[in-house]
Design a protein around this ligand. Structure first.
Ligand SMILES: Cc1cc2nc3c(=O)[nH]c(=O)nc-3n(C[C@H](O)[C@H](O)[C@H](O)COP(=O)(O)OP(=O)(O)OC[C@H]3O[C@@H](n4cnc5c(N)ncnc54)[C@H](O)[C@@H]3O)c2cc1C
Length: 467
């Protein structure tokens, strides 16, 4: 069987390693338009902030391909799919035949059509980070355009490097897809205290040599400009090949396109009407496709994902999940706002189930809320206790490793449960590194590291073993 993968990003590289873990014989070729070895895009904010080097965000050891008999065509873009001859055509003129083709082409940044936009740098790739890092070395002022997750992380990272940053956002409040207005406002104030000036409800009309111009003509000083204006799925190859494409490449529960020999995974895929913008769905999809194409589990299916967004910006704690924007007329809302302290907590409940939550400034309840959100089970009557797990008598369901049920998902990115961590411990793993090597927990965004450490420590304590 000849498997060809187009795209060597987070989903494509995971698929290749999952296939090899199941099957040594499949002939695997992966094309990656970027010249880099696959890397953890989720951690690029750390590269911009200067807390991680490019080497530290690598996903696979460079020797991995040779050692696992996988052909990696790095820096080679695929330009066409010939479905009649089942061949992909690469930019260097080579052709690669396939029995199964997987498209994992990801997303590309949206670049607004404004004069001078070529002076700005997008924020998607390791090359972009290198450009941002170099520019930040000599810049005194920076503008980040776009106040979504990426824009906030980029702005915080640049401010941490000592650059004077202004974050410009079109919508009325920051991260409007994940946060309600009040949370967006408090996030803005928190960032303000960390040296990021926030301007919401503004439109950029032009980018000049040393400034950005707002609609209406007001200039904002900017030695450098970073664009974080959203992404769109990369679907050109699929569309040109006549595959069904809406916003993303349309796939079914097997991640198959309307051509049964072609699959799509990651941010380029559209499943049940949804295109995801986080890594966990792509990694779950990679595992399903690996099961199907190697025949390991012919019944494997992808049924959609429930997402938890966590900000990775130093000194800004933020987690958001589900339908956070519903009003009191549409759902039961429990909210606690302490603007002066920069904290905001909100539960959105429908039919006694948690359908959304925001934790800003203080996220100790995130484990409990994530489990309740994931499982969709009925909530305890004491709603306030859910928001304040540390209060005496509070109904903390699970943040402590002791109370957490085995089914609790600890690592959101890699879908690893407490039960899997326990099993791993029982087979001899005694620290986070060993658990990560066996289960991949902590290797996505890394925000579950403390939880994994807590579980390992607790298990060791139970058995009187030193961690
Ligand atoms: C700064 C930043 C922070 C993020 N933070 C988080 C986070 O906290 N949590 C989270 O879950 N997600 C986060 N994300 C999103 C996460 O990185 C993506 O969901 C994930 O990378 C998607 O994986 P993918 O493989 O679908 O796409 P990508 O990782 O983008 O990989 C696609 C690859 O395909 C290549 N390609 C495209 N077309 C071709 C072609 N024709 N031929 C060959 N190669 C091609 C591209 O060059 C690219 O390398 C973040 C993203 C960024 C940029």
């Amino acid at each position: 069987m000849r498997l060809v993968v187009v795209g060597n990003g987070m989903a494509g590289s995971r698929l290749v390693s999952e296939v090899r873990a199941r099957d040594k014989d499949t002939k695997v070729t992966v094309f990656g338009a970027e010249a880099w070895q696959p890397y953890n895009r989720v951690l690029l904010s750390n590269v911009v902030a200067g807390t991680s080097s490019p080497d530290q965000v690598r996903l696979l050891d460079p020797r991995w391909y040779a050692e696992h008999n996988v052909t990696a065509r790095l820096g080679v873009e695929v330009t066409a799919i010939d479905r009649d001859s089942r061949t992909v055509v690469a930019a260097d003129g080579t052709r690669e035949p396939y029995d199964v083709l997987v498209l994992a082409t990801g997303s590309e940044p949206i670049v607004p059509p404004i004069p001078g936009v070529e002076r700005a740098t997008a924020f998607r790739t390791l090359d972009d980070c290198e450009r941002i890092r170099r520019a930040a070395e000599s810049a005194r002022s920076a503008v980040v355009v776009g106040g979504g997750l990426l824009g906030v992380e980029a702005a915080r990272g640049l401010a941490g490097r000592g650059v004077s940053v202004t974050l410009l956002h079109l919508a009325g409040h920051l991260m409007e897809r994940q946060l309600d207005e009040e949370a967006g406002l408090i996030l803005g104030e928190t960032l303000g205290a960390l040296g990021v000036a926030i301007r919401t409800g503004v439109t950029v009309s032009a980018i000049g040599e040393r400034h950005v111009e707002l609609a209406g003509g007001e200039p904002v000083e900017a030695d450098m400009v970073v664009l974080a204006c959203g992404v769109r799925p990369v679907v050109g190859l699929a569309r040109d090949a006549g595959l069904e494409v809406e916003r993303g490449i349309v796939v079914d529960d097997e991640l198959r396109t309307d051509d049964p020999s072609i699959f799509a995974i990651g941010e380029c895929a559209q499943h049940a009407g949804r295109v995801y913008g986080l890594v966990a769905p792509g990694w779950e999809q990679a595992s399903v496709v690996a099961d199907l194409v190697t025949g390991t589990d012919k019944g494997a299916r992808y049924r959609g994902s429930r997402l938890v967004t966590r900000l990775k910006a130093k000194s800004v704690e933020l987690a958001a999940m589900g339908e956070t924007q519903l009003t009191d007329d549409e759902a039961e809302i429990v909210r606690f706002s302490h603007r002066h302290k920069g904290t905001y907590r909100k539960l959105v409940i429908r039919d006694d189930r948690l359908v959304g939550a925001i934790l800003l400034g203080e996220t100790s309840a995130v484990g409990t809320l994530t489990q309740l959100f994931d499982r969709g089970g009925p909530l305890p009557g004491d709603r306030t206790g859910l928001l304040f797990p540390d209060l005496a008598g509070a109904a903390a369901v699970a943040d402590s490793p002791v109370r957490m049920p085995d089914s609790a998902r600890v690592c959101q990115c890699n879908n690893v449960t407490k039960g899997q961590i326990r099993a791993c411990w029982e087979s001899g793993a005694r620290n986070v590194e060993a658990v990560a090597a066996a289960t991949r927990a902590t290797t996505g965004c890394g925000s579950c590291r403390d939880a994994v450490e807590g579980i390992v420590g607790w298990l060791c304590e139970q058995e009187g073993v030193s961690a």
